[in-house]
Design a protein around this ligand. Structure first.
Ligand code: KIV
Ligand code: ZN
Length: 497
């Protein structure tokens, strides 16, 4: 039988402490409801004594949430505990999270007291919180840098006072995974009443070890993990919920489970990121934009043959629609063909070779080739031979220069050239084109659009011309917008019957 690991989410408390991430009460309720749907067991909703806004949020979240335990943070101070108890009055299941620093740094320099006085205050706080709620969690702040023997004495005392959960925070993110795991094991083996409480991990990511430390804590006996969505939190953040949930789900040999509905992980991640204006880093495990993106030709080929060649998690499992094959200059024919097929195109070998050749030329100029580019690339294959074709374009322009363009057009097999000036490079090139054709055309519409935002992007040009009362349309796309403009102009002219 798998052992359940309790998921304690502190996105709305430790996560929300991040500068710029503050949410209003309505937004916090939205996040809390998403966390409930996700299946978290405990929602730390705030620190009620810290501000009227935080107090109100804990009240409103308590009213809006049914299943998870709603937890409120306090210091080991009576007025904090009273505020928490009052804010939690509507919660169906409630917990007060109280605590105090236990490391030599905190005892000596922050609280400026003695180790014995810390134990006394910790015990008093737990006993006081117990007057209001049954479920009291105690945190030993900076436990990561606390002496294990002393920590064990504190933990034994608070459990005796009624603590149901004992939280062992690596507040500064300093511990090595082995060290943190050994700390949890030490408490398991040396605190006589430890079986009367659940041990909780609370790790910070200052050295990038929050998830590793949390997992070592769990492997050594912790059964609650304190986590945040996207790993947001103080400084470098907290342990991320999605990482721990997916480690437990993927590694069956751990014999552990959570109640997280992993299919909601991605949408919850994006909700939190959007509401908190905190972008998720592209390479973030599980929820980053690139977490299921393959860009090297070898990996793309491997994934297309069998997803598991390069993926340990099925993206559907975390609510991501599919793995993405990023088309770049390093992509092979297999990846290009796969994307073409997804877009509904089917090509024979020769046509594919032709598109692939164009694809590589474009990919050398542009970092990433998107679907719109692919449509254009494959569409150009169908355009076939034209009566008019741009063969040469040379422009001179710039500040204080007179714009001049030389254009060479193949007309029925023969290249004709002309040079003209104008009020800009496009005007000069269009005038040169006009010199080479026998027809009078009027430009009616001229539209340049970048497909996406980058300066390396393809420019699309749509042109509308008039000739003897009839309208003709031309289109082209190129990373060089002057070339695209002239090609679009010629495309429209070539349609005149
Ligand atoms: O990091 C920490 O020690 C905390 C406690 C208040 C639980 O966030
Ligand atoms: Zn913390």
């Amino acid at each position: 039988m798998e052992d359940k690991v309790i998921i304690f989410d502190t996105t709305l408390r430790d996560g929300e402490q991040v500068p710029g991430c503050q949410l209003n009460t309505i937004e916090k309720i939205e996040v809390a409801q998403a966390l409930e749907a996700l299946g978290v067991d405990v929602i730390e909703a705030g620190f009620p004594v810290s501000s009227p806004g935080d107090f109100r949020s804990v009240v409103e979240i308590s009213k809006a949430i049914s299943n998870p335990v709603i937890c409120a943070l306090t210091r080991a101070v009576k007025k904090d505990i009273e505020a928490a108890a009052e804010a939690l009055q509507y919660a169906k299941n409630k917990r007060i999270h109280t605590g105090i620093g236990t490391s030599p740094f905190h005892i000596k320099y922050k609280i400026k007291t003695t180790p014995e006085e810390i134990i006394r205050r910790a015990v008093d706080a737990v006993k006081y919180a117990k007057k209001f709620v049954d479920d009291v969690e105690f945190y030993a702040e900076d436990a990561g840098r606390s002496e294990n023997e002393y920590l064990a004495r504190v933990i034994e005392a608070v459990i005796k006072a009624g603590a149901t959960v004992v939280n062992i925070p690596d507040t500064t993110g300093y511990c090595l995974p082995e060290e943190y795991g050994a700390k949890i094991r030490y408490l398991k083996e040396n605190v006589p009443n430890i079986n009367r409480a659940t041990i909780s991990t609370h790790c910070h990511n200052d050295l990038g070890m929050a998830t590793a430390n949390t997992m070592m804590g769990v492997i050594n006996g912790a059964r609650q993990v304190e986590v945040t969505i996207n790993g947001i939190g103080e400084r470098a953040g907290n342990t991320s919920l999605e990482e721990v949930a997916m480690i437990i789900k993927s590694h069956h040999t751990l014999n552990l489970k959570t109640d997280i509905n992993s299919k909601l992980i991605f949408s919850t991640s994006r909700l939190v990121s959007t509401l908190m204006s905190m972008p998720v880093q592209a390479n973030k495990a599980i929820v980053g934009r690139n977490a299921f993106a393959h860009s090297s030709g070898i990996h793309q080929d491997g994934v297309l043959k069998n997803r598991e060649n390069y993926e340990i998690i099925d993206p559907h499992e975390v609510g991501v629609k599919e793995s993405s094959i990023i088309l770049t200059a390093r992509s092979g024919r297999a990846a290009l063909n796969h994307r073409l097929e997804m877009l509904g195109f089917k090509f024979g070998k020769e046509e594919l070779d032709d598109i692939y050749h164009r694809f590589l030329l474009l990919a050398d100029k542009k970092k990433e080739i998107n679907d719109e580019d692919i449509r254009i690339l494959s569409g150009q294959v169908f355009l076939g031979e034209k009566a008019l074709k741009l063969e040469l374009l040379q422009v001179t322009c710039g500040k204080s220069a007179i714009p001049v363009a030389t254009v060479g057009i193949r007309i029925n097999g023969e290249v004709h050239t002309s040079t003209a000036s104008g009020n800009g490079p496009i005007d000069a090139a269009f005038t040169a084109v006009r010199h080479l054709i026998s027809k009078t055309v009027h430009l009616e519409e001229f539209l340049i659009q970048a497909i996406t935002k980058g300066s390396d992007d393809i420019g699309k040009v749509h042109i509308q011309i008039e000739h003897e009362g009839k309208t003709y349309y031309g289109f082209s796309a190129n990373t060089d917008i002057i070339t695209a403009s002239v090609e679009a102009f010629i495309d429209a002219i070539s349609k005149i019957k």
